[in-house]
Design a protein around this ligand. Structure first.
Ligand SMILES: [Zn+2]
Length: 317
């Protein structure tokens, strides 16, 4: 990334969005302290999380409120869980899981490596669960990671949090009489993203390839890109029907029509930002032009404000 882009993004993030306040930036001389600040602030916020349990169907529920959406499949084989939220939410998450059933957690699947989806891995593994993920999730959790857009550094995860069952392209699991199709996306939100399709109940967990009703974060420093995000949204549409219940990484449980809208917004953003960039507009000029203005109030109200989203698209076109 160029220094100009870097500085511009830093400036975007200092404007008062929720994301900006959560990941307030510091001078580079404080980089070491910044590591713990990023992680500590995220965990501290999650310590007070209220967990909402959303029953879907066929013994699948979603626990929302600690980082990314957590899916739980209960049954005779014990629980199978997708993503683990923040470690600091363990009391609330554990309590919510206990209310679903008293059976132990046997399997944990990570949609990708990001902390808000894997920070709880260690305590869930300690209860006896095997952790499955894409090989890049294992690699990235094993070493220090940088998230450039937030100027943040995430230390390597503890050994108990590292997935031990990994795959490259796809994997099939059978648990509680449900067939689970795990498929790697081409790099999209990161290079470690997988989808988890619960076949018989027709439920798809997309991880962070879908933020329902909000601009998504795209982590270029982990191999993500706007083109990969569009490709992932297209693939998500191809494997779902009007009956599929779709669990996004962030946001409410959705359906195919909402997913189609998300893809349309990404495509429109890519076209508009690319046109401005081809006209020679700088990043700041492109952001100032508000190319997605009609969506910004609603779609920029979440984790990723409009200014950051346009900057992330600009970076990839
Ligand atoms: Zn993520």
């Amino acid at each position: 990334m160029t220094e100009t882009l870097h500085l511009s993004r830093r400036r975007f993030l200092t404007y008062g969005s929720m994301a900006a306040s959560a990941f307030a930036l510091h001078p580079r001389s404080l980089f070491a302290q910044e590591v713990s600040a990023f992680v500590a602030k995220s965990r501290a916020a999650a310590a007070n999380a209220t967990i909402t349990t959303i029953p879907l169907r066929s013994n699948v529920s979603v626990l929302a409120g600690s980082g990314g959406n957590i899916a739980v499949l209960t049954g005779f084989d014990g629980k199978l869980v997708v993503d683990s939220g923040y470690a600091s939410s363990q009391p609330q998450v554990s309590n919510a899981m206990g209310l679903l059933s008293s059976s132990p957690i046997k399997q944990l699947i990570n949609t990708h490596w990001h902390l808000d989806h894997t920070d709880g891995n260690e305590w869930i593994h300690a209860t006896g669960a095997v952790i499955t993920a894409h090989e890049n999730t294992q690699k990235r959790l094993s070493t220090t990671q940088t998230i450039t857009a937030f100027n943040a550094v995430v230390p390597a995860a503890p050994s108990g949090a590292i997935p031990t069952e990994v795959f490259t392209d796809k994997k099939v699991m059978h648990h509680n009489k449900v067939t689970l199709q795990l498929v790697h996306y081409m790099p999209a939100h990161t290079d470690s993203d997988i989808s988890i399709h619960f076949e018989e109940p027709a439920i798809l967990h997309t991880g962070d390839t879908w933020f329902n009703g909000a601009y998504p974060f795209i982590d270029y420093s982990s191999g993500g890109s706007i083109d990969g995000m569009i490709h992932a949204a297209t693939r998500n549409l191809a494997i779902t029907t009007g009956e599929t219940m779709i669990i996004p990484g962030h946001g409410p449980i959705g359906n195919k029509a909402q997913l189609a809208k998300f893809r349309d917004v990404l495509v429109e953003a890519r076209e508009k930002v690319a046109a401005l960039k081809q006209q020679g507009k700088t990043l700041e000029e492109t952001v100032a032009a508000k190319p997605m203005a009609k969506y910004d109030e609603k779609w920029g109200a979440g984790f990723v404000p409009a200014t950051l989203f346009v900057g992330l698209v600009y970076q990839g076109v």
